[in-house]
Design a protein around this ligand. Structure first.
Ligand code: COA
Length: 152
C-alpha cells in the first residue's frame, strides 16, 4: 500500500490549479518512472553523479495538473540525529517551470518532513548547476560545504 494522499489544491503563478500529493513509498506509483527518467536526464547533462540514490522505498511530494504529474520532490528520511530529509531529486517539467511549482512542492515537503521528525533538509547540487542557486535560496537552502575532487 503506497498511501497516496492528496494534500490540497494550489494556484500556480499562471493561475492554473494544481493538486499536491504525497506518497510514502514511490514503488508501484506513477512517480517512479518519472523520477527515473528525470534522474537519467540529469546524469546525461552531467549534473548528477553516475550512481543511484533513492530506492523504491523513497518518499515523494508531487504535483499534478490535469491528472499528469508535472513535478516531484523525491526524498529519504535519514537515520541520523536530525532525521535529515535528504532530497534525492527535485524536478519540474520544462513546460511548467518558473510558475512557482517548486516553491509550492517545497512548502508541503517541509511541512511533511517536520511531521516525520526532521530538523534538517539536505540536497546536493552540481557545481555547474550553480546558476540556479537563486532557486534553492528562495526556499531557504544555504550552501554549507563544497565537495572537493581531483581526477588522478
Ligand atoms: C530546479 C527546478 C525544480 C525549479 O522548479 P520551478 O518550478 O521552475 O521553480 P519555481 O518556479 O518554483 O521557482 C522558485 C524560485 O526560484 C526562482 N527561479 C526559478 N528559475 C530561476 C532561474 N533560472 N534563475 C534564477 N531564479 C530562478 C523563481 O523566481 C522563484 O523565486 P520567487 O518565487 O521568489 O520568484 C526546475 O528548474 C527543474 O526541474 N530543473 C531541472 C532539474 C534540476 O536541475 N533539479 C535539481 C537537481 S536536484
Amino acid at each position: 500500500m503506497n498511501n497516496i494522499k492528496t494534500l490540497g489544491n494550489e494556484l500556480t503563478k499562471n493561475n492554473q490549479t494544481c493538486t499536491v500529493k504525497t506518497v510514502n513509498v514511490i514503488g508501484d506509483t506513477p512517480v517512479l518512472p518519472l523520477f527515473l527518467k528525470n534522474y537519467a536526464a540529469l546524469i546525461e547533462k552531467g549534473y548528477a553523479p553516475q550512481v543511484m540514490n533513492g530506492t523504491n522505498q523513497s518518499k515523494a511530494v508531487y504535483v499534478e495538473i490535469n491528472n499528469q504529474i508535472v513535478g516531484h520532490i523525491v526524498f529519504d528520511v535519514m537515520k541520523d540525529s536530525f532525521n535529515t530529509a535528504y532530497i534525492i531529486l527535485s524536478c519540474v517539467d520544462e513546460k511548467y517551470q518558473n510558475q512557482g511549482i517548486y516553491k509550492i512542492m517545497f512548502k508541503h515537503f517541509e511541512s511533511i518532513v517536520k511531521k516525520l521528525g526532521s530538523t534538517k533538509i539536505l540536497s546536493f547540487i552540481h557545481a555547474d548547476n550553480q546558476n540556479r542557486l537563486a532557486i534553492w535560496k528562495s526556499v531557504g537552502m544555504i550552501p554549507q560545504f563544497y565537495r572537493m575532487e581531483k581526477r588522478i
